[in-house]
Ligand binder design. Structure first.
Ligand code: F6R
Ligand code: MG
Ligand code: MG
Length: 373
């Protein structure tokens, strides 16, 4: 049976009024480009949306993961959008396109990628998370709650298809290597790693019993590609739900509360992760707070299930009033943290600050230090 691939490829290629939101003309360019690719048969369906200043291209196709033509389509779309962003002098035009020429795969070139290929079940709900002003390890806690914490996911206790647990691929961004750990068998070791969010990030999750893929996340570290600060990595994550996977309700339940993630303002501060609907997917106060949107789609015969006019059917989950409490918490926590200004722990620790512009400021002070007698 032919397998379906869901590809979510994103980049910040310029936004309107600083690092706030993707400009409308860029959406139009991206939609036109992907509509042409759909017509030509390269992709089967698509959805264009934004997470703050990041343009998100969600595509379904039969080409498999890491396919050159799909990645080139995304790259070319970002290039076309960049051209317009430059014309309009939008802020950070072309920011995430870190390499000049496309070389077969957008990984390592700046854009973030989450892709998964699977054989469709009778019905396949997929949850799409996209975040702004944070980094891929921001999903570590979320994925732990969804796939390893029975107090979040009742199915880990109640559904016999899930009691065997899930296995996590953990990526070490500093040394470019990965390890796979099984939960619940190795839960404590898993937390030992993924609790260290500055270094480790969950890249994939499978159901242990049959190794069926259930989640993938982007793992780009722009600063490690460019060697300097070029904006945060603003990650994306796909999660399959229901029928032996965590239910949609379990997948979004961790966002009943906020939690702290790194990357707010200049990639240099801790901030509360705020779940928002698409209408609030724009960064405002102190360039944030870090925001996350969550869309529900159904994968249906290689396509996003759509209405009669071909518009994908989506549920904008975080728009719901059930997430108001988390938003209020995030606002309160923002006010609390910002009252601390540039004092740790509101500001990130020295190791993370190495990848920001702070070292330039500190370097200028070096000659003025006198050794204590
Ligand atoms: C961008 C970001 C922003 C910028 C900040 C300063 O991803 O996080 O907070 O770092 O707006 O931007 P510049 O230095 O371009 O003025
Ligand atoms: Mg930006
Ligand atoms: Mg961004």
């Amino acid at each position: 049976m032919v397998k379906t691939t869901v590809s979510l490829i994103k980049a910040d290629i310029g936004s309107v009024a600083g690092h706030s939101v993707v400009a409308q003309p860029l959406f139009e360019i991206a939609k036109k480009k992907l509509a042409e690719a759909q017509k030509s048969g390269l992709i089967n369906s698509f959805l264009v949306f934004n997470a703050g200043d990041d343009l998100e291209l969600l595509m379904t196709h039969f080409k498999g993961e890491n396919h050159q033509d799909i990645h080139k389509l995304a790259w070319d779309t970002f290039l076309d959008c960049t051209k317009k962003a430059k014309e309009l002098k939008l802020y950070g035009a072309g920011q995430d396109l870190l390499k000049d020429a496309f070389s077969g795969n957008v990984k390592g070139m700046g854009p973030g990628v989450a892709e998964m290929e699977f054989e469709e079940r009778g019905s396949d709900p997929v949850i799409v998370f996209a975040a702004d002003k944070t980094e891929p390890s921001a999903f570590n806690y979320l994925l732990y709650r969804i796939f390893a914490d029975p107090s979040n996911t009742a199915g880990l206790v109640i559904d016999p298809k899930m009691t065997g647990g899930f296995k996590f691929e953990v990526f070490d961004a500093y040394e470019d290597k990965s390890v796979v750990l099984e939960s619940p068998k190795e839960l404590y070791q898993l937390i030992a790693l993924i609790g260290a969010t500055s270094r480790y990030m969950v890249s994939k999750v499978w159901r242990t019993s049959d190794s069926e893929i259930v989640s993938v996340s982007s793992t780009t570290k722009l600063s490690l590609i460019a060697g300097t600060y070029v904006g945060k990595d603003d990650p994306v994550c796909l999660v399959r739900g229901q029928s032996g996977f965590p239910s949609v309700g379990e997948i979004i339940a961790p966002f009943q509360h906020t939690y702290l993630v790194a990357g707010w303002m200049r990639g240099s501060h801790w901030g509360p992760f705020m779940p928002v609907g698409l209408k609030d997917s724009k960064c405002t106060v102190f360039d944030g707070p870090p925001r996350i949107v969550c869309l529900g789609v159904q994968i249906s015969n290689g396509k996003l299930a759509a209405d009669d006019d071909g518009n994908p059917l989506i549920v904008d989950f975080f728009e719901d009033v059930a997430f108001n409490g988390a938003r209020q918490e995030a606002i309160q926590m923002s006010q609390f943290l910002r009252r601390m200004g540039e004092f740790e722990p509101a500001r990130l620790g020295p190791e993370a600050m190495e990848y920001t512009t702070l070292p330039q400021v500190l370097k200028a002070l070096e000659p003025r230090f006198k050794k204590n007698k």
